[in-house]
Design a binder for this molecule. Structure first.
Ligand SMILES: [Zn+2]
Length: 277
């Protein structure tokens, strides 16, 4: 039996977007013998919160990281964090699901926070393959250097396989998309939420077993799908939150207020009061 404090509200925040095509997001799209079609890619970060603690999952792309890749920034990421009640001075824990520019930009917005990421991810980006074109185009050297700085400051926790960051919040290392890609399981009043991040960019990718175009390990990516399917069929997850699917927000409870069209929530903030912040 969980205590009230073990349940969290998950807020999904969309901060960026771009228009692209299926042939540009799926690896070897011609394998599926389908006509090409336009598809949007949305960019999110996630906030996990209850009365006792706040955990930030990923920090979005930086202005620079988005600009040089032609991405549309829908709202300033720090302003969004502030709006949704996340203050750097409170030093919320930060989980980096992986080190790509669209997940680890703005990490320096949290100079006091503890940061959690997979050991494989950290060592890969300081290793001998990090500079290779297939990998390097998805990262910013400045942002990798900042992760090193976090490590030198003693704020970085490297995790292997599974790690419970707090009661009701578990990080699983699945790999595939990047060597240390993580997913995050969160207990909410609406059941367990899996923040799949880039283990599942699009719901179709997962449902139809189609791989995303950027992948470090094909087998691990398929195995990540299988692992998530097993969790779903065992009933250990109730809600799946994709990393980039434009349909994601529509699947959950719309936010209210200034950034209503950029956010959705799962679960109540406090089971005691039953209302949001
Ligand atoms: Zn991504």
């Amino acid at each position: 039996m969980h205590q009230v404090s073990d349940h969290y509200q998950v807020t999904i925040v969309k901060y960026g977007t771009r228009a692209t095509a299926k042939s540009d997001v799926y690896l070897n799209y011609q394998l599926y013998h389908e006509d090409d079609a336009p598809i949007d890619m949305d960019y999110f970060f996630w906030i996990v919160r209850n009365e006792e603690r706040t955990i930030v999952v990923d920090t979005g792309f930086s202005k620079h990281g988005g600009e040089i890749r032609g991405r549309t920034l829908l709202a300033e990421v720090p302003e969004l964090f502030e709006h949704f009640g996340v203050h750097p001075s409170d030093a919320p824990d930060v989980v980096l699901t992986h080190a790509h520019y669209d997940h680890a930009g703005n990490l320096n917005y949290f100079p006091l926070s503890r940061v959690f990421m997979a050991e494989e991810e950290f060592s890969f980006w300081s290793g001998r393959h990090a500079h290779r074109a297939m990998f390097h185009h998805s990262v910013e050297d400045e942002e990798l250097a900042y992760i090193d700085q976090v490590s030198r400051e003693g704020r970085l926790t490297l995790i292997r396989k599974e790690f419970q960051i707090a009661p009701g919040v578990q990080i699983l290392v699945v790999g595939g998309h990047t060597p240390g890609q993580c997913v995050v399981k969160v207990d909410t009043s609406e059941g367990v939420v899996l923040l799949a991040s880039d283990a599942i960019h699009y719901y179709e990718e997962y449902e139809r077993d189609m791989l995303f175009m950027s992948v470090a390990d094909l087998v691990a990516m398929y195995e990540g799908f299988d692992q998530i399917r097993e969790m779903e069929s065992a009933g250990s997850i109730a809600h799946l939150v994709s990393g980039h699917d434009p349909d994601t927000l529509r699947r959950f409870t719309p936010a209210i207020g200034k950034f209503a069209d950029l956010a959705a929530t799962i679960g109540v903030f406090s089971a005691a009061s039953g209302t949001g912040p």
